[in-house]
Design a protein around this ligand. Structure first.
Ligand code: TXE
Length: 506
């Protein structure tokens, strides 16, 4: 994929641009780029132009088997590597990631259509921070000793699981690869990772960087492909755990396949989260946060607060302040540093989102702004939609109940705290939520009452590595980040030692 960070490769100061074309991409197995044996390829398309970036080789079952066998070999070495050494290698990878932040951000923008102003600031950095966090924890992974008088003791140790499968979604491709591999590798596991077929490129860079940092060959392998490749992983007997980021329906399919060999699973799935604004909120902050909670990454964020509940007394003023802010948002070329709303991931996904917009227009909801294809002919080849706001929504509307995963905000009035809690929880999802209020007791009552794995008070979508992230109900199983995640990438062994003679019963 082009020469790495050689300045000669820079074109107007960039490694990648809207017109970048790359050679065919393959897999990364046992420390090197290799070709798939399936013979099948698929294209990865630039969402902002509709142009093909490159062909990518589809990994078949035999390729997955090769990757798993390589990872099992690597596990013998990596699981026996001292934790301090594992930490050093992971920290070296962090240094390389940070040094190559801009190059990797440009590649993420090329492949995913997200604005460079986002990928430069968040996509690589938020992953590198998590790798750094787990590198720091690796040497602290320990067991316990129990003295069992008169002549025994027990030792409880934490051991890695083995080969883990990471399966990523397309909205934060490299961050997801880093959030899944960091705890896995810190705990001494090895990983076979499959990025989403719509965004295959940056995971290969992560594999190269891990290898350059000193990870043993096979400790982090990358296979490419669609659900078929994913299924070859979730059914593979050599995989001990599956960690998936994707839709809830995909989670159910993966859980069923993983069950056949009783694999450990962690799922980060979809959401339709409540964003609740009380009359005593700082209105300007609530409006700014609602914009970020609905339109960041063109709305393609699982934890977005897409059901915006506004207390009746400020309902009109909230909308009055919101509308001009949305109208002013800059939709366009994601490589333009001024662009705030980039392209949706694919033509198919854009049409799905447009379908929800049309559904909302046909309902009794009021279109406040947006939901159109931009008029600029230069954008006609890309998957662009202007950010949409619908007001006067009701809970029974399909676009209010279902995850759209695009720039569509639903605003709903409410009269009381008890009412909004009941309505906010009336969903099969439970990923996130937020409240904007200056009333301290009420803020904490809402945090307690809302059924979600992450809840923000007067903020939104802040996910530091120290705290766990994940969903209640059908938004997921398990957590990513935080201390608890060490437990989901290790297993506990109890060793009981008898210092005396065996005391038989017979
Ligand atoms: O998901 P898909 P997408 C969710 C987000 C949205 C979805 C969008 O809410 O619902 O992800 O991402 C592979 N066996 N989150 O469209 O289609 C597939 O190839 C094995 C939540 O990519 O579910 C891809 O790599 N694998 C998240 C991956 O699963 C299968 C944050 C996801 O595909 C498979 C970001 C199968 N049967 C997005 N079917 C969070 N909660 O943190 C598909 N795949």
């Amino acid at each position: 994929m082009g020469d790495r960070d050689s300045t000669a490769n820079l074109k107007n100061g960039r490694h990648y641009g809207a017109d970048s074309r790359l050679p065919t991409q393959g897999l990364f197995i046992h420390g090197e780029a290799v070709s798939a044996t399936s013979g099948e390829t698929f294209e990865t398309i630039n969402p902002a132009t509709g142009q093909t970036i490159c062909d990518v080789q589809q990994a078949g079952a035999e390729d997955v088997d090769r990757a798993v066998k390589s990872a099992r070999e690597a596990f013998k070495v990596w699981s026996r590597t001292p934790a301090a050494e594992r930490a050093r290698i992971l920290r070296h990878a962090v240094d390389i990631l940070r040094a190559r932040n801009d190059e990797l951000a440009e590649l993420e923008t090329l492949d995913g259509g997200k604005p460079l102003q986002e990928t430069l600031a968040v996509d690589i950095a938020s992953g590198a921070d998590v790798i750094e966090y787990y590198a720091g924890l690796a040497p602290a992974i320990r067991g316990e000793h129990y003295d069992l008088p008169p002549e025994a003791f027990a030792v409880v140790s934490r051991e890695p699981l083995g080969v883990c499968a990471g399966i990523g979604a397309w909205n934060y491709p490299m961050q997801i690869a880093m959030w899944k591999s960091a705890p896995a590798l810190a705990c001494g596991n090895t990983m076979v990772f499959k990025p989403a077929e719509l965004t295959p490129l940056t995971a290969l860079k992560l594999a190269e960087i891990y290898h350059e940092a000193g990870l043993p060959p096979g400790a982090f392998n990358v296979v490419q492909g669609d659900a078929r490749t994913g299924q070859a992983m979730t059914c593979h007997p050599g995989i001990a755990k599956v960690t998936l980021t994707g839709e809830a329906e995909t989670g159910k399919l993966v859980m069923a396949d993983a069950a056949k060999t009783l694999k450990h699973v962690t799922f980060e799935l979809g959401g339709k989260s409540p964003f609740i604004v009380f009359a005593d909120a700082i209105l300007e902050d609530a409006v700014s946060a609602a914009l970020m909670a609905n339109f960041y990454s063109s709305g393609e964020v699982c934890s977005n607060g897409t059901r915006v509940f506004v207390e009746r007394p400020i309902y009109d003023s909230f909308l009055a302040k919101l509308k001009p802010r949305v109208e002013a948002m800059r939709v366009g070329d994601p490589f333009d540093p001024e662009t705030q709303v980039g392209a949706l991931i694919s033509r198919e996904h854009m049409e799905k989102v447009q379908g929800y917009v049309d559904m909302a227009k046909a309902s009794n909801a009021t279109l406040v702004v947006g939901g159109e294809r931009p008029s600029d002919p230069a954008l006609s080849g890309g998957n662009f939609l202007t950010p949409a706001v619908f007001a006067d929504c009701t809970d029974d509307m399909r676009f209010v109940q279902e995850e759209i995963f695009g720039p569509v905000m639903a605003v709903l009035p409410f009269e009381s705290e008890a009412e909004v809690v009941e309505r906010a929880n009336a969903t099969d999802y439970g990923l996130s939520g937020a409240v904007f209020t200056q009333n301290f007791p009420r803020a904490h009552r809402m945090a307690r009452e809302i059924e979600a794995g992450s809840f923000w008070i007067n903020d939104y979508n802040i996910t530091p590595p120290e705290v766990p992230f994940g969903g209640y109900k059908q938004s997921g199983i398990g957590r990513e980040n935080g201390l608890q995640t060490i437990e989901s990438f290790t297993q506990v062994k109890t060793v009981y030692a008898n210092l005396g003679r065996f005391q038989g019963m017979y």
